[in-house]
Design a protein around this ligand. Structure first.
Ligand SMILES: [Zn+2]
Length: 402
C-alpha cells in the first residue's frame, strides 16, 4: 500500500463573540482595500509605463500605505491577512499571464467573498483550540467532524458567507492510504438524473432540492418586490442568501460522498468535457444549476483521483453518445430529448443516459489505450474534425464497441 502526503482543508462553522466579529469584519475590509489598491497600482504601472510590479514591490507599497495618515487604520488589524491578499493578487496575475484566467478584478464590498487568511505566525493552535492574532479568546468552533489525530493546521482561512454565517477552514497535512481498486466507469451528466453511470446506476439530485428551489424562486420574487434601499429589502436579500446557502451545502455534501465512493471503488473514471456541449446555450435555471453541480463534481473528482492514485480521463463529447448503440456500434436516428429509451436494430433496449455513459467510457478507454495516459488534452479524440458538429456520422470511427 502506498501512502500519499496531501494538504487537506477541514472547514467548520464557528460563532464569534461580538468583539471577534468586529475584528474580523475590520480585517475583511482592510484585506479588500489592500487588494484593490495593489491591483490599481499594478494596472497603472502596466498601462502607463509598461512596467510589471512584483509581489515584493506591492509589499513595499503596503509598508508605505501603513505610514500614510489616512490609512493608519491598516495597522490595527493583523498584518498577515494583508500580506496574504498581496500573495493572492500575485497568484491571480500569474494565472492571467499564463492565460489560465482573465485579468484580475477589483473586490466589491457587496459581492466579493469576505475572507482573511492567516499563516502560522498569525494564529496559535494549542490543545485543539485556535486563537487568531489580535484576539484574546479562541474561536468557538463547531467541530462537526473531528480533525485527524496529530493534524496541525498550517494555514487558517476565515470567511463569512452571504447568509452571514462564519466559517473557518484549517489546512492540514494529512496522509492518504492508496488502497488498490479495479474497474472503470463512464459518467454522463444530465438534467433528469444528475449523473448516470455506465453501470446503470442513476444519481439524482439531493433530497429536498426541488422544494428548496421552489423556496428560492419565491424568495427571489419577494426580493424583487421590495423597495430599493429599504430595510425589508435587506431582510429579503438575506432570506434569498440563506436558501442559496442551504442548497449549496446539501449539494456539496452529496457530491463529496458520491466522489469519495466512486474514487474508492474505481481505478479509471471517464467523464465528458462539458465546455463543448455548452456551446449549445440553454439558459434555463435547471441547466444552470446542473452545470454548476457538474463543475463542482469535476473539481472534486480531479483532486480525489489524484490523492488516491486513480485515473481520470476527460473526453470531448463531440460524438453523438446518446444515439450510438453501445452494444453494436450502429447509429440510431435522431432521438428527441423526451424519449428516454430506444431499441437498436440489434435488439438491445437502451436507456438513453446509461447508453451515453457507456459510450463515454469506451471513448475514454480508447484514449488511454493509445498510450496517452490520463487526462488527455482537448482535441486528442477529435482528429481535426470540428467539435461542435455532434451529428457528424463519420465522427464515430475509431470508437470501440464495449
Ligand atoms: Zn445495437
Amino acid at each position: 500500500m502506498v501512502s500519499r502526503a496531501v494538504k487537506r482543508a477541514f472547514k467548520y462553522r464557528f460563532h464569534p463573540s461580538d468583539a471577534q466579529a468586529a475584528e474580523l469584519t475590520r480585517t475583511f475590509g482592510c484585506v479588500r482595500l489592500v487588494y484593490n489598491m495593489a491591483l490599481q497600482a499594478r494596472t497603472e504601472a502596466w498601462t502607463l509605463r509598461q512596467e510589471r510590479v512584483t509581489y515584493n514591490a506591492t509589499s513595499a507599497l503596503l509598508t508605505g500605505w501603513k505610514k500614510t495618515d489616512g490609512l493608519a487604520f491598516l495597522n490595527e488589524v493583523s498584518s498577515v491577512p494583508l500580506q496574504q491578499a498581496l500573495r493572492h493578487l500575485q497568484a491571480a496575475f500569474t494565472n492571467f499571464f499564463a492565460k489560465r484566467a482573465k485579468y484580475p478584478t477589483f473586490k466589491s464590498r457587496k459581492k466579493s467573498r469576505r475572507s482573511a487568511e492567516y499563516t502560522t505566525s498569525a494564529f496559535r493552535w494549542r490543545d485543539g483550540k485556535l486563537t487568531l492574532a489580535k484576539m484574546d479568546q479562541p474561536l468557538d468552533i463547531v467541530w462537526s467532524r473531528p480533525l485527524p489525530d496529530s493534524a496541525t493546521p498550517s494555514t487558517v482561512t476565515v470567511t463569512q458567507d452571504a447568509a452571514g454565517r462564519w466559517f473557518v477552514s484549517l489546512l492540514c497535512d494529512d496522509v492518504i492510504e492508496q488502497t488498490p481498486a479495479s474497474g472503470q466507469v463512464g459518467i454522463d451528466a444530465g438534467l433528469d438524473s444528475l449523473l448516470t453511470l455506465s453501470t446503470g446506476e442513476k444519481i439524482t439530485n439531493p433530497r429536498h432540492e426541488r422544494r428548496d428551489r421552489e423556496r428560492l424562486a419565491r424568495a427571489q420574487r419577494d426580493l424583487a418586490r421590495k423597495e430599493k434601499g429599504s430595510a425589508n429589502r435587506a431582510k429579503a436579500r438575506l432570506k434569498v442568501a440563506r436558501v442559496h446557502a442551504r442548497i449549496a451545502d446539501r449539494r456539496r455534501d452529496h457530491l463529496h460522498k458520491l466522489t469519495t465512493r466512486l474514487v474508492r471503488e474505481t481505478q479509471t473514471i471517464v467523464i465528458e468535457d462539458l465546455t463543448v456541449r455548452n456551446m449549445v446555450k440553454n439558459h434555463s435555471l435547471a441547466r444552470a444549476i446542473s452545470d454548476a453541480a457538474w463543475r463542482q463534481f469535476r473539481t472534486l473528482l480531479e483532486y480525489k483521483t489524484d490523492w488516491y492514485g486513480r485515473n481520470l480521463v476527460v473526453v470531448d463529447r463531440w460524438f453523438p453518445s446518446s444515439r450510438l448503440c453501445s452494444t453494436c456500434g450502429a447509429h440510431a436516428e435522431r432521438i428527441p430529448l423526451n424519449v428516454r429509451s430506444w431499441t437498436c436494430r440489434c435488439g438491445t433496449v437502451h436507456d438513453r443516459d446509461v447508453n451515453a455513459a457507456r459510450n463515454i467510457l469506451a471513448a475514454g478507454l480508447a484514449v488511454t489505450a493509445c498510450g496517452d495516459g490520463v487526462r488527455p488534452q482537448r482535441g486528442n479524440l477529435r482528429s481535426g474534425r470540428p467539435s461542435v458538429k455532434q451529428e457528424h456520422p463519420r465522427a464515430t470511427t475509431g470508437i470501440p464497441v464495449l
